[in-house]
Design a protein. Structure first.
Length: 774
């Protein structure tokens, strides 16, 4: 039984790559030094996998920024504006590469970066390839061959990983009208042949083609493309073992197509869809091996060996030991590197740690499972199996995880319908009377600039260099400054600024039961940016108020309304590693109940407006459309559990960035928030199209300026946008706000931009004043 790995984290166990890239970008180190770090990481990863006993070790899974961008450079898909970077004599391919990834502002050039978007339903972001009519491709970057050769020199024969041609095209975007990108296949495929020819002449045995799209909804042309690509490859390269890797979904209706491809091995994600095993085994052709993606590649839980061994045995019974390959569900890119680095008992206790496995540990699981399945009687393996069983048993019964009260309350949620006391029309009347806001009320999304001073204070506090009083003094100072300043520029609904939070999920996770954090559990999000998601390991509950103190403090400073600021249950879930021993919907409901209590506490101390941020609702949508309604049902219910425990007079806001939700606008309305603030400015209010055909009942703040850019918007531009919005939304429904939190901006930009925004709202009010009739 071969052991197979689809990809290994490339950031380095101590984020060496992040640091090296950022040093290089800031001009502190040479390109040579950066290349050296890359090489060290690759060799380290290959050796680690080789020593652990992996047979099919990936190469070309390393990347200085993103594997999709690597692919674009490999096939020469370089939009013309970037050519100028390389024409400039002193620049190298790597400068071009980083220019495409991050933009290029030097040598009198000013080129923006390529667009970035989410990699399927993960939190990883890739650089979107751009395609033009009848685009020509060429074998441009030789990275894949170089890295294969590099490993070979080190005595390791690797399996190069490529994004398959169909998925590569589907990942991109047409930048011109009049064609579909899949039509470019005929131009693209010859470049893949060139790559394979080179690899072949260097002695390659296995090649892995990542084709996650094979699990998604496909058109007929796309299905045909799959057939064409892999039969052509088989015809031209009969000597290369081709592995097609699918992940993040089950093959479902595409099982037949996948099994009809003339390939040597098919990889399936059994962690996401264990049910597909039987369907695939039933029709797997004799010459094809099956790679069982049993070890979860995108979560941090130990594999349940007993369960996996049963599935492996089942596959072996059907197709024989020779054709079964053991693997993780997807690339380990989405797992933190190494659990052994978590040595601080205060952060991650050994009780929780025994349930976890990071990338390095998952590699060991793959090998151990294959050996156990082959019937090895080795003593150390027997012990590993026993330890695994013990860990599974303790997870099932641990008091740390299981809280009877929480379980009972969550059950009750399942059966109840969560609603506000009155429908929106009645709430609106009561709120209008109580809140007494002008037309086009102005507000912000929550955070204000987190200056280096604040970050420094937080770091000092965490290190223990300053005590809590001193830290809180600094926070109070910033909060008061922010309140005064918001009063001065005449905003209507104020916020406290979120200075006490470093991250909108971590802040809540740290205070809720059922969460733990790691010291070093970093996962690449994009480029050099890494995130350290909290781990939800147990039943979630709230032991004390989490935000009341700071909100109340801010409110005590002003006679204007201060908005309470919470993160919603779906977003907390979506941006964490979530326990896999119960449905995600159940965990989400538990978080929702905790937020519901917080909402009530805020109401009790007199906070009249409470915002529950849900920026991640959209990205939680399943990959297959058929599964959308089920997800939306529980996600929206969770929001309602969190938000409906208040009186009619209390106004509930929600906020969503990434609001491409034209197709789910009905569901957004069902959330029944009194006000929703959304991102809108980049698309020049295009997002409001959804509101033309659907009469959105509640109030809306379409963001009138882009906080992701340092540019100061002008009053007139924002008035323009608001006039556009007014065409599809009634003036009484409109709020005026930026499109996201301001924490990444500086004070100077923020002050100027918000002053312009308040003026824009004021001109809008003037334009609404009806001339007096005598
Ligand atoms: N309230 C949060 C903030 O202002 C919202 C952030 C977000 O939507 N991502 O920072
Ligand atoms: Zn936002």
């Amino acid at each position: 039984m071969l052991t197979n790995n689809l990809g290994y984290p490339r950031i380095g166990s101590n984020r060496e790559l992040k640091k090296a890239c950022e040093q290089y970008w800031s001009g502190k180190t040479s390109q040579q030094e950066l290349l050296q770090i890359g090489k060290q990481i690759r060799l380290h990863n290959w050796r680690l996998q080789k020593d652990a006993g992996i047979d099919l070790i990936p190469s070309n899974d390393f990347s200085f920024y993103d594997q999709v961008l690597d692919m674009s450079l490999t096939v020469g898909a370089i939009p013309s504006q970037y050519n100028k970077i390389i024409l400039n004599g002193h620049n190298t391919e790597l400068d071009l590469y980083f220019g495409m990834a991050r933009g290029y502002q030097r040598d009198e050039l000013d080129i923006t970066a390529l667009e970035m978007t989410k990699w399927f339903d993960t939190n990883y972001h890739y650089i979107v390839p751009e395609f033009y009519n009848n685009q020509q491709f060429s074998f441009f970057s030789r990275k894949i061959v170089d890295e294969f050769y590099e490993a070979k020199q080190a005595g390791i024969l690797t399996k190069p990983v490529l994004i398959g041609p169909v998925s590569y095209l589907l990942l991109g975007k047409e930048k011109e009208e009049g064609f579909h990108r899949i039509e470019l296949l005929k131009n693209l495929l010859p470049v893949y042949f060139e790559i394979l020819t080179e690899l072949k002449s260097n002695g390659v045995e296995w090649v892995q083609f990542d084709e996650p799209f094979l699990c998604l909804d496909l058109s007929e042309a796309e299905q045909d493309a799959y057939k064409k690509v892999y039969s052509e490859i088989k015809r031209r390269f009969p000597g290369i073992h081709v592995q097609v890797a699918t992940y993040f979904e089950g093959l479902k209706d595409q099982t037949r197509l996948a099994c009809s491809l003339p390939i040597d091995a098919l990889h399936i994600d059994l962690s996401k869809d264990p049910g597909q095993l039987d369907q695939v085994l039933d029709i797997l052709p004799d010459q094809m091996s099956l790679s069982l993606g049993l070890v979860d590649g995108r979560n941090i839980w130990k594999n349940n060996f007993n369960d996996s061994l049963k599935q492996i045995q089942h596959a072996v019974d059907k197709i024989g030991n020779q054709r079964v390959i053991m693997a993780a569900s997807c690339s380990l890119l989405h797992s933190p590197c190494d659990l052994e680095l978590e040595t601080n008992e205060h952060i991650l206790t050994s009780e929780v740690k025994q349930w976890l496995a990071f990338a390095k540990q998952k590699i060991d699981e793959i090998v151990t499972l294959s050996k156990l399945a082959e019937g090895s009687k080795d003593e150390s393996l027997k012990r590993k199996l026993e330890d695994n069983q013990a860990a599974m048993e303790s997870r099932k019964t641990s008091d740390l995880i299981h809280d009877k009260t929480v379980k009972k309350e969550t059950k009750e949620v399942q059966n109840a319908d969560f609603k506000r006391n009155s429908p929106f029309s009645i709430r609106k009347e009561k709120q209008t009377e109580l809140l007494n806001l002008p037309l086009f009320p102005t507000t912000t999304i929550g955070s204000f600039p987190q200056t280096s001073e604040i970050r420094k204070q937080r770091a000092l506090f965490k290190k223990g260099s300053i005590d809590i009083e001193e830290y809180e003094q600094a926070l109070k100072f910033e909060t008061e400054k922010t309140i005064r300043w918001q009063e001065e520029i005449d905003l209507d609904v104020l916020v406290h600024g979120e200075f006490e939070r470093n991250d909108m999920v971590e802040y809540f996770g740290e205070q809720l039961n059922g969460f733990v954090f790691t010291k070093n559990g970093w996962v690449q999000s994009y480029g050099s940016r890494c995130v350290k998601p909290p781990i939800i390991y147990g039943d979630v509950s709230r032991s004390k108020a989490m935000t009341v103190k700071w909100t109340q403090y801010a409110q005590s400073l002003t006679s204007r309304l201060v908005k309470g600021m919470l993160t919603g249950p779906v977003t907390i879930l979506q941006w964490s590693f979530v326990r896999d021993d119960q449905p995600r919907s159940v965990t989400c409901n538990q978080i929702a109940l905790a937020i519901r209590e917080e909402v009530k506490d805020l109401e009790d101390v007199g906070i009249r407006i409470i915002q529950i941020d849900e920026p991640a609702i959209r990205e939680g949508l399943p990959l297959r459309k058929a599964d959308w309604q089920n997800y939306l049902q529980w996600a929206i219910k969770a929001f309602r559990v969190a938000s409906t425990g208040v009186e009619d007079e209390t106004q509930i806001h929600t906020h969503m960035c990434y609001s491409e939700f034209n197709d789910i606008i009905h569901n957004i309305a069902e959330m029944d928030a009194d006000v929703i603030t959304i991102e809108c400015s980049r698309s020049k209010m295009e997002l409001l199209d959804a509101f033309t055909s659907f009469e959105y009942p509640q109030q809306i703040g379409p963001g009138v300026y882009d906080i992701h850019s340092p540019r100061i918007p002008l009053e007139a531009e924002m008035v323009d946008l608001l006039m556009k919005a007014k065409k599809v939304i009634q003036p009484e429904q409109l709020w005026v706000n930026p499109d996201c939190g301001l924490k990444t901006r500086n004070w100077d930009e923020t002050k100027k931009a918000l002053a312009e925004m308040v003026n824009a709202a004021k001109s809008m009010r003037l334009s609404e004043v009806k001339p007096m009739t005598v």
